[in-house]
Design a protein around this ligand. Sequence first.
Ligand SMILES: C[S@@+](CC[C@H](N)C(=O)[O-])C[C@H]1O[C@@H](n2cnc3c(N)ncnc32)[C@H](O)[C@@H]1O
Length: 282
Amino acid sequence: MHIRDVLRGKIPEDLLRLVPSSFDIIGSRERAVAIVELDDALLPYKELVADAIFEVHKNVRAVYRKASERKGEYRVRELELIKGENITEVAHMEHGYKIKLDVTKVYFSPREATERQRIASQVKPGETVMVMFAGVGPFAIAIAKKQPAVGKIIAIEINPDAYSYMVENIKINKVEHLVYPVLGDVKIEAPRFFNQCDRVVMPLPKGAYLFLDEAVNCLKETGGWIHFYHWSREEDLFTEAFRLVSEVARKRGFTAELRGARKVSPYAPRIYKVAVDVLLTK
Ligand SMILES: C[S@@+](CC[C@H](N)C(=O)[O-])C[C@H]1O[C@@H](n2cnc3c(N)ncnc32)[C@H](O)[C@@H]1O
């Protein structure tokens, strides 16, 4: 059943079309929180929306409303508790691994689980992988679980709360021998790993291009893969993203080939978060 069906007859008929058709549920089958984006016209009915969510999703203990855009370096948004228990820490299950996080302190999107699997399935045995902007560790852990023969995964994150959760998530998922977490700024920390990596993942659509020099320099002399995230307009999703990577690659004497491209998720009207997979060779 959809929450719109539960709300029929409880809120004005003309507002039903504004009821969100999807929203994030973060957590497990036992205990989760829901995060909804509500049109202003629905705000007088927000508690009824929360009740509908509780009715349809029995594991949801708290319903939060997005109260701001994602902000600042840590890409965290304000949340308003509409109804339920005041819990903010949950353990999210996806593809057989567990990601613990506080929804008010760190970035995490359950909608990107497929994208994480898409990247993880490209990693080959023995590779050294750099995950920049690693958050609470979902890319690093997805890779370690899907490709346990990976050489090493270096995961750099600047938000101390996200880093602490990443360290805990690495332990929970028993991948301490594969994932090496680093607290700090990619600009400062990445140079320690120059010329060492086969693959660099750059999941920061707001500004990953500013770190392309570091990413390309992390690759081995022979080259490797860059998975680059960017915000792009609907009418031309991949040209600019590929151009940005190619320009930096060329500076270091690499040839860049666009091997994959994906629309990851909508960001704003007619703007999408996209990913390009670029192979750099000499
Ligand atoms: C869009 S989130 C992605 C997090 C994670 N990769 C995921 O998919 O859930 C970007 C992350 O990059 C971190 N970040 C932003 N600027 C950074 C920098 N200069 N160095 C390291 N981490 C940074 C933020 O704190 C945030 O956790």
